[in-house]
Design a protein around this ligand. Structure first.
Ligand code: TPP
Length: 596
């Protein structure tokens, strides 16, 4: 059925006549192939939702309605991380806008290009205390968002609209982060003569392949001369990960990753030695402090406190060569002997072209792994608790849960781990059977995501919905805590509505587990960590999702995971874990202890 066939004759007529500034905004999003706008409606943002309704009928970007505005921002975050596209979220004036804040702030830490649209009451109502007024004489949304957005502005006249919108979107990409525009409802609803964009936005956003050729020449000499190199890879290396791994194989560089870079390299890669930082692996740390290592190539790594165990100087010394597209990351490595800036894909293509005549150190191993992905699951790094990893104890230990998830879900499953013990357990013990070893790969194919620095609880629940919309039909597993579920679990209803096969794995320990164990490890008062016993399977079923209670590894292994992945909607696994197991967060509590 054509779009027009689905409309009443009246609607078709008005459809052809209606061109407002909201339509113009959506025409720009359509230029960028953005499919979704995540948000919640309300009085002042209705003109934008009217335009969204028209856009959906045309097959353009459409509204995904969240249950809390921060959930909408988390969804836009997940969508952008997994598509490389602009994430877009919106909220009405007043409480809608203030509810957005935590979710938007989280993207600021992670360099996610995000367009944040908030509404305002009509211009004529500014300064007189209109319902939900948020102008500069009221709660001042523009000023609030200015604190953590790369750009925040009020569109106070229709003539500003197009240029401010373009500037916001370009800033979101060039400065990697959220850009906010606040639009009074009368401005949004103004007629626009054509509804057609004046600018070719994709052309404006086209990234030139800039690189510092002198530094790249030096890098090539270093790559050529090093005897015992290590690659330390972060999440910002995603775009070039295939090339980077090919170079690593060529020069026999050992590989470690930051927690955020974890999803880019198979844990069974023949050169992989684990994750650095808090909850990481001691072998990864030992490799970086190993004296025969002569060069550590840090690539696309946002070296925050979590990733570096509090900027442990033993790990970071003059052996470092830091390669980045995002120059802000250089601020963390004053000790590096060389900083190389430029687009990682271009840099590694150049390096590879110079190495072409070298024999590939790991060709046979790579081939073997690709052909027999399930035969060769050897880890080159130790776990802190190998016994817990295979334990058959009931209740199930979180270590064992992490071990079994990749055994029951397919190799290409995307995992998200939420704030709390979930991400600590996952960083250390979750090892998906990623079959990718090197070569060209989908730049956004990272199989593990967490948000560690700003670390808002409930992030993974919303971000999993955005991830599922980005990877329609692919298996998505969201590992979260009961505390996060009680904070943001209502977003599961969005997955139900959109028929998204997200598996929500709830580590149910009737506690804010990270708080409980953090207090124990630091000797603080044991206070305020208890949560009520909640039957999350019943909670999920009440919302319309399917759900199972898991008490043991046997319960987990008995699940029909194929049916779960094929199910047109979410599934919740209410996992009654052993909450007495101490998570691998010692590094974090040491930092907290030394701060008091
Ligand atoms: C929005 C927000 N509030 C509070 C915190 C502090 N905090 C960090 S982890 C945590 C406990 C998380 O509990 P739960 O979701 O049950 O996960 P668990 O640690 O038990 O696995 C809290 C309260 C936070 N990071 N974010």
């Amino acid at each position: 059925m054509s779009v027009q066939q689905g409309l009443s004759p009246g609607a078709v007529g008005s459809e052809m006549l209606t061109k407002e500034y909201g339509d113009l905004l959506l025409a720009y999003l359509a230029q960028l192939d953005v499919e979704y706008v995540f948000g919640i409606p309300g009085g002042a943002i209705e003109p934008f939702y009217n335009a969204l309704a028209r856009s959906e009928r045309r097959g353009g970007p459409r509204a995904i309605v969240a249950r809390h505005e921060t959930g909408a921002a988390f969804m836009a975050d997940g969508y952008s991380r997994n598509t490389g596209k602009l994430g877009v979220c919106c909220a009405t004036t007043g409480p809608g806008a203030t509810n957005l804040i935590t979710g938007v702030a989280a993207t600021s830490e992670y360099d996610i290009p995000l367009l944040v649209i908030t509404a305002q009451t009509p211009l004529s109502s500014f300064g007189i205390g209109a319902v939900q007024e948020s102008s500069c004489t009221a709660i001042n949304t523009v000023a609030l968002f200015q604190q953590f957005c790369r750009y925040s502005t009020l569109v106070s006249h229709p003539d500003q609209f197009e240029r401010k919108l373009i500037t916001a979107i370009m800033t979101a990409f060039s400065e990697r982060g959220p850009a906010h525009i606040s639009i009074p409802m009368d401005v949004m609803a103004q007629s626009h003569t054509s509804g057609k964009p004046q600018f070719d936005l994709p052309a404006l956003l086209n990234k030139p392949s800039l690189l510092d050729s002198a530094a790249v020449a030096q890098l090539i000499t270093e790559v050529d001369q090093c005897r015992n190199p290590v690659f330390l890879i972060g999440d910002e290396a995603a775009e070039a990960i295939g090339l980077i791994l090919t170079v690593a194989m060529q020069i026999d560089a050992q590989i470690v990753v930051t927690p955020q870079g974890k999803g880019l390299v198979s844990p069974y890669h023949p050169l992989f030695h684990g994750v650095i930082g808090i909850a990481g692996h001691r072998d990864a740390r030992e490799l970086l402090t190993d004296s025969p290592v002569d060069r550590v190539f840090v690539i696309g790594a946002h070296l925050g406190q979590w990733a570096t165990s509090g900027w442990d100087l033993q790990l970071f010394n003059k052996r470092i060569i830091h390669i980045e597209e995002n120059e802000a990351n250089f601020a963390k490595t004053p000790m590096a002997s060389l900083h190389v800036r430029g687009r990682l894909e271009t840099i590694f293509e150049t390096v590879l072209s110079k190495l072409e005549n070298r024999p590939r150190a790991h060709e046979n191993v790579a081939q073997h792994n690709v052909d027999n992905p399930l035969l060769n699951h050897k880890r080159s790094f130790r776990l802190d608790d190998e016994a817990g990893f295979i334990s058959a104890a009931v209740p199930i230990k979180p270590q064992r849960l992490m071990r079994e998830l990749p055994n029951i879900f397919p190799a290409h499953t995307h995992y998200l781990a939420d704030v709390g013990n979930s991400f600590a357990w996952a960083i250390h013990y979750l090892h998906p059977y990623d079959r990718r070893i090197s070569g060209r790969r989908d730049a956004r194919g990272g199989l593990f995501r967490a948000t560690l620095d700003f670390a808002p609880m409930g992030w993974a629940i919303g971000a999993a919905v955005g991830t599922a919309l980005a990877h329609r039909g692919e298996p998505i597993v969201c590992i979260t805590g009961d505390g996060s579920m009680l904070m943001s679990g209502q977003e599961i209803t969005v997955a139900i509505e959109e028929r998204l096969p997200v598996v929500f794995v709830v580590l149910n320990d009737s506690a804010y587990g990270m708080v409980k164990h953090g207090q124990r490890l630091t000797g603080a008062e044991p206070i305020a960590f208890k949560l009520p016993k909640v039957d999350f399977a019943a909670f999920a079923k009440a919302m319309g999702a399917q759900a199972y209670v898991i008490k043991s590894a046997d319960d987990l292994l008995a699940l029909d995971s194929r049916a779960i992945c094929m199910h047109p909607g979410p599934t919740l696994l209410d996992v009654r874990i052993d909450g007495e197991e101490t998570p691998p967060i010692g590094g974090r509590t040491d930092i907290l202890k030394s701060s008091t």
